[in-house]
Design a binder for this molecule. Structure first.
Ligand code: AMP
Length: 227
């Protein structure tokens, strides 16, 4: 093999290595999703308070989800690294307060956390290990107080109806980010505030403007139920 051919081949191998290993982009950004427990519980499907007791009336964490800019997302990326509760024992107090399971039967929330780690967290292993995934998500919750932003604008979880645009503006005013909002329906079929989506960069360091929002399925005026 001549010198030139060898030179080209070596460069090709180096380039392949960089593009495959060094710049491998396994997702584009995270959705950080909080949900209103009152809207999880009043749908007709039953909900159960966790064994640690009734959670406080505040938005709770649903998850931190790696996502692509086109709205699709990877899932269940590494079955060889399943959820291990002992890896987050130091976070337990904050996990129970901020990320409780409301599914029935009443539980210690392990199943919910395992679902979130196994489905979503394993797709961000290049950025966050299991402890980092949960710790980072808890920190994001501290930085984005949705309920306070809403209360400041006179929007309270009191069972009354609020304009969706006013809810959005209140969050934009309070936390300087444009939220994605999804709704579900209560037992009588009324549209109600359910989940708030904020976006975080792919290194899980900073909130960013969302590259794409989830499909909005809310009425123009939505119920904000009590919890
Ligand atoms: P995901 O697959 O991450 O989109 O989450 C959806 C799953 O999480 C469904 O099985 C839901 O029933 C469950 N889920 C959502 N919110 C809660 C909650 N507050 N407590 C327990 N499970 C929940």
């Amino acid at each position: 093999m001549g010198f030139f051919t060898r030179f080209v081949l070596i460069n090709l191998v180096i380039f392949q290595c960089f593009s495959l290993l060094c710049f491998a982009q396994d997702f584009d950004f995270f959705y950080f999703v909080q949900s209103w427990p009152g809207s999880y519980c009043d749908t007709g499907r039953s909900c159960c308070h966790p064994q640690s007791g009734k959670p406080s009336a505040d938005f709770k964490i649903h998850g931190l989800w790696p996502n692509y800019n086109d709205g699709t997302y990877p899932s269940n990326c590494d079955s060889s690294n399943p959820f291990d509760r002992t890896k987050i024992s130091d976070l337990m107090g904050s996990m129970q307060k901020n990320w409780p399971s409301l599914a029935c039967p009443s539980s210690d929330s392990t199943k919910f956390w395992a679902h979130e780690w196994n489905k979503h967290g394993t797709c961000a292993e290049s950025v966050l290990d299991q402890h980092g995934y949960f710790e980072t998500t808890l920190n994001l919750k501290n930085q984005a107080n949705i309920l306070q932003a809403l209360r400041t604008a006179g929007i309270n979880p009191d069972g009354s109806y609020y304009s969706l645009n006013k809810i959005k503006s209140a969050i934009e005013q309070g936390i300087k980010l444009s939220p994605g909002i999804t709704c579900n329906v209560d037992e009588s079929g009324n549209s109600q505030l359910y989940e708030i989506y904020l976006c975080v960069d792919s290194s899980a360091s900073n909130f960013i403007d969302c590259p794409i929002f989830p499909d909005e399925n809310c009425a123009s005026s939505v119920e904000f139920p009590e919890f």
